[in-house]
Design a protein around this ligand. Structure first.
Ligand SMILES: Nc1ncnc2c1ncn2[C@@H]1O[C@H](COP(=O)(O)OP(=O)(O)OP(=O)(O)O)[C@@H](O)[C@H]1O
Ligand SMILES: [Mg+2]
Length: 388
């Protein structure tokens, strides 16, 4: 499948090279890649980093872990935490990348698998774009290589007619490749990774050649716990990976911290006003999500039913960001219960019949009785009523 090297037209203001070279920094895009968004932090880390770096790594494993977990460098530069969670998880993930085993990030939806994978690739290789998106229709070419058919017909099979996959490019350049949603990829396509990961080579029989991986190559795959069984990994493939499970945030404080941080970042890129008063609402959204997810209230006293949705941290982030946008455009700029109520309802009620009952029951037995939650209760009742 021919893949254009440049997706934007030159001069359109958005020139981003998705080809084999390093992506060029771009000034204004909706969502810059991690290596651009955090270029200053990465540069400061590289300057401060005097520990040994594995071949072709931009940073030492210690500096990669610091980039992910945050910290203050000797020169005073503050590195913001990207991942909030157990330090050990990040250390194991980074160390795995420095070995000959690939890394599999596993977890329920919204536990930052994609996020961590992007930041790891950015910190290790300076490029997070060598990415294969796994879907039920991912063809073998997306993992191995394809052909530019015009050239193939005109010239026959040649190196110039070959279109390398991101994985092949990563092998040749000693970079980090990423495979998203590995378990969605059909089993036979998944298995093409076995040779790549065990032999570190990708044969091209049409040319009688092979591409051998150079030091620095490794692969990060992500997979969803809930999708298990869609196309379960063969045990041969699983053995090539070190599996790191990303947990849900352990405490409500940690989750509030994650949501507040990400909402602040997203809000800035969407040009929404910063809202320190919104923290109350963030805590409420996180509490509601955690209680419904856990099936019990925070004080452990009341059992509640869980709805069918996942109510992940990622969804809490979008509920609050959506609320912030409502407040900015149609309110007085202060995040209020009414701004998040509709978002919460949308996240909780996925199945209109069963989930609506679960939500009503939670609203009447838990939210209604809680001190200081009167306005929130009223707002939720109103949207539930309107949505009927
Ligand atoms: N522990 C955490 N630390 C920092 N950010 C987090 C954490 N958990 C979730 N997030 C945030 O949640 C958002 C969603 O994460 P991401 O898309 O990586 O989830 P995912 O695990 O890949 O989900 P899915 O299975 O749906 O693909 C990101 O913006 C990320 O910043
Ligand atoms: Mg993901």
């Amino acid at each position: 499948m021919p893949v254009p090297e440049t997706i934007a037209q030159p001069g359109s203001g958005v020139e981003t090279d998705t080809g084999p070279g390093r992506p060029q920094p771009v000034t204004e895009v909706l969502r810059p890649h991690a290596e651009h968004a955090f270029a200053d932090e990465l540069a400061a880390l590289a300057a401060a980093d005097d520990r040994p770096r594995p071949t072709r790594w931009r940073l030492s494993p210690w500096a990669v872990a610091t980039y992910l977990l945050g910290g203050t460098l000797p020169d005073g530069t503050v590195v913001t935490p990207k991942y909030v969670g157990p330090r050990r998880i990040v250390e194991v993930a980074v160390t795995t990348l420095a070995t000959d085993r690939a890394l599999l990030l596993l977890g329920v939806p919204g536990t930052a698998k994609t996020w961590v994978s992007e930041h790891l690739a950015a910190a290790v290789s300076g490029d997070s774009t060598l990415l294969v998106q796994g879907t039920a229709g991912t063809p073998e070419e997306a993992v191995r290589y394809g052909w530019n058919y015009a050239r193939l017909l005109a010239e026959g099979p040649s190196r110039d007619a070959l279109v390398p996959s991101p994985v092949m490019r990563a092998m040749a350049q000693g970079m980090t490749a990423r495979v998203e949603e590995l378990t969605r990829i059909p089993a036979d396509v998944q298995d093409t990774l076995i040779t790549i990961l065990s032999e570190k080579t990708l044969p091209v029989p049409e040319l009688g050649q092979e591409v051998q991986a150079v030091p620095g190559f490794n692969l990060i795959a992500t997979a969803n716990d809930r999708d298990r069984g869609v196309n379960e990994l063969s045990s041969a493939l699983r053995r090539r990976f070190n599996t790191v499970v990303l947990p849900l945030p352990a405490t409500a404080e940690a989750e509030v911290d994650i949501v507040a941080r990400r909402v602040e970042q997203l809000g800035r890129s969407l040009e929404l006003p910063a809202l320190p008063e919104g923290v109350d609402e963030i805590r409420r959204v996180v509490t509601v999500f955690r209680e419904l997810r856990d099936g019990v209230t925070t004080d452990g006293r009341t059992k509640v039913k869980s709805p069918s949705g996942t109510l992940s941290t990622a969804e809490a982030i979008s509920v609050v960001t959506g609320g912030l946008a409502l407040a900015a455009h149609f309110g007085d700029g202060v995040l209020r219960p009414a701004d998040v109520a509709a978002g919460i309802l949308g996240a909780v009620v996925r199945d209109p019949a069963a989930d609506r009952l679960v939500w009503q029951e939670y609203l009447e037995t838990v939210v209604r009785e809680r001190d200081g939650w009167k306005d929130f209760y009223r707002a939720c009742r109103e949207v539930s009523h309107d949505a009927r």
